[in-house]
Design a protein around this ligand. Structure first.
Ligand SMILES: Cc1ncc(COP(=O)(O)O)c(C=O)c1O
Length: 398
């Protein structure tokens, strides 16, 4: 019998860097090797107890039937109040907010709702590589916008965005705080981007999933809050995954003007139909209860970040780009004059430590490694020691 063949559309998709590296790790584990991983963006915190309890109570109370497909009304109201409180943004919970199965479904709904076949999406690089496939699935074409390291941080110049624009360019995807670079766009940087978005009449897809994790006085600002015009051109995507250590609950939300929210709703209604009702109750608790748990996690990430910077800046040939937000630190290893993927492989093979190579996130990431401190404690300490030793050894053999 002939096997079922996947569609041509699926042929364009590729696994994310993390998934490819994990496949290598598993193969080497099967050969008896052991690893310390500083690769994944998975917070090692448990979901805060009061959120878990709200989910359990909802289950016991029988909150197990189909949810309101736009999102449970209480949760949409809580999202609207959160956006007002944290982002100075006003959205109507009845028509401008959509609850999604994580930010991942938010991108899918937004891209599917906005793009016509052949429309171009500007994608800064290096960037979180799971954006590519949903753009392609929605019939879009990716236009990369290279970023550059300047004064110890990755920056995106408006000229680079402008140069990547063509007549079919419809959308710009921005992720601030930015995975993997750690850059938090300043107000002036966002103003520049906004000018271009408005002049070119682009749609801004704004992934704000790391908004709660910022350092050294850097603060997240929602691009939509810059002006009424920007609010009209922006689809805001956010999630409970990172802020509340709820990756496995699969819950997020979008905010956008009513007409586009309605279009995204149609996509959602014909596919996922949103997170489970009791999960949405737990999310309502996350947004409406005290935010002290978020502050505690932020403080712990800040301590881990300091450790990462201190340990790896001490390694000759490695300069850390101090992250302004998120829980990834980029190690600038251009001084080694080796391909980042080769460095990653050598670190895995010879030093038992797993990180992601910068080039996996785009050619501008070449010469860097992404080091995650989403996991702390002994794993982070051992990982940093092995990483430092590995980089020193690679430098010695140069
Ligand atoms: C920038 C960025 N956006 C979105 C996601 C996925 O979000 P969610 O778990 O809400 O689908 C991740 C996960 O690593 C991420 O790094």
């Amino acid at each position: 019998m002939a096997a079922i063949l996947p569609s041509a559309r699926i042929g364009q998709l590729r696994p994310t860097a993390v998934n490819s590296i994990l496949a290598e790790v598993r193969q080497m584990q099967a050969e008896g090797k052991t690893f310390v991983s500083l690769m994944r963006g998975e917070p090692d915190f448990r979901t805060p107890e009061h959120i878990v309890e709200a989910g359990q109570k909802a289950l016991r109370d029988g909150r197990t039937s189909y949810p309101d497909n736009r999102g449970e009304p209480r949760l949409r109201e809580a999202v609207a109040a959160k956006l007002e409180r944290d982002n100075t943004l006003g959205y109507d919970p009845s028509s401008e907010i959509l609850v999604t199965t994580g930010a991942t479904f938010g991108f899918h709904a937004a891209l599917t709702a906005v793009l016509n076949p052949g429309d171009e999406v500007l994608l800064p690089e290096p960037i979180y590589d799971a954006y590519h496939s949903p753009v392609l699935l929605a019939g879009g074409v990716i236009r990369p916008v290279p970023a550059a390291i300047e004064n110890g941080r990755f920056v995106l110049h408006p000229e680079a965005i402008e140069a990547a624009c063509g007549p079919r360019t419809r959308m710009l995807l921005l992720n601030t705080p930015w995975n993997p670079t750690g850059t938090v766009f300043s107000r002036a940087e966002l103003e520049n981007v906004a000018q271009l978005v408005l002049r070119r009449q682009l749609v801004l897809l704004s992934d704000e999933i790391y908004e709660a994790i910022t350092y050294d006085g850097h603060a997240h600002r929602s691009p939509a809050s810059l002006s009424a015009e920007m609010r009209e051109r922006t689809i805001l995507v956010n999630s409970f995954s990172k802020t509340y250590a709820m990756t496995g609950w699969r819950a997020g939300y979008c905010a956008a003007p009513a007409a586009i929210t309605q279009a995204m709703f149609l996509v959602l209604q014909q596919s996922s139909r949103g997170p489970a009702t009791f999960v949405q109750d737990a999310c309502t608790e996350a947004l409406t209860a005290s935010q002290n748990c978020v502050q505690r996690m932020r403080e712990e990430y800040a301590a881990r970040r300091s450790l990462v910077l201190a340990e790896l800046n001490a390694v000759t040939g490695c300069r850390m780009l101090a992250p302004e937000g998120g829980f990834f630190a980029m190690a600038d290893i251009r001084a080694l004059r080796l391909a980042s993927n080769d460095v990653r492989r050598a670190l895995m093979r010879d030093h038992g430590v797993v990180v992601a190579h910068g080039s996996a996130y785009g050619p501008s990431g070449e010469g860097t490694l992404r080091v995650s401190f989403a996991t702390g404690g002994d794993t982070l300490r051992r990982g940093l020691a092995q990483l430092g030793a590995g980089l020193a050894a690679l430098r010695a053999t140069e």
